[in-house]
Design a protein around this ligand. Structure first.
Ligand code: PNS
Length: 168
């Protein structure tokens, strides 16, 4: 039988462009279950994020500062190499709907092939958050819609400034 892990470290990777209340919901569910949760921003500009890596890290730091066992970081290269460097046994991913499943399954199985000792753990976002995505939040704000309750207030303000007043 596998040994229970003490000092369990999980990595929660993502683009976080920007962090939404859906991401926060996943962090809140996972943080009490592990010793350390590393929320890590993919520093990959090929995805053409609206926010720089430093800005995305800064927003996460701002909204997650009350979680003592949560660390915010960034990474590039292969996720499993990064997870190994962090001593993580778990990769955490949120699943909203069945449409997320195929992409997540592919990534999880590829990561397992590359690093059999690291498990991917999926968590279901709460129902209230299951439709939120960074992409839609940006689209709604760009088109003048109301995004309150979908992202933390500090992030809403930064989004408003960046998207509605890009030069300012
Ligand atoms: O928030 P996202 O965009 O769905 O996150 C995707 C992420 C960062 C988890 C994924 O793109 C990733 O792990 N990138 C790192 C490169 C890598 O390891 N690729 C092989 C994964 S199968």
């Amino acid at each position: 039988m596998a040994q229970a892990v003490s000092g369990l470290v999980a990595v929660y990777p993502g683009t976080f462009d920007p962090v939404t209340n859906g991401h926060l919901d996943i962090v809140q569910r996972c943080a009490p279950l592990v010793d350390r949760l590393v929320v890590s921003v993919l520093a990959n500009e090929t995805k053409s994020p609206v926010f720089s890596t430093d800005e995305r890290v800064g927003m996460l730091r701002g909204v997650l500062r009350e979680f003592p066992n949560v660390e915010i970081d960034s990474f590039d290269g292969l996720l499993i190499d990064y997870a190994r460097r962090k001593g993580a046994r778990l990769i955490l991913r949120g699943i909203r709907a069945i449409s997320d499943y195929e992409y997540e399954l592919q990534m999880a199985l590829m990561n397992r092939r590359l690093a059999p000792e690291i498990e991917t753990m999926f968590m279901m976002a709460g129902e209230a958050h299951s439709f939120i995505s960074s992409r839609l939040v940006k689209e709604v704000i760009r088109l003048g819609g109301n995004i309150s309750g979908l992202v933390p207030p500090s992030v809403e303000e930064i989004l408003r400034r960046r998207i509605l007043n890009p030069g300012g």
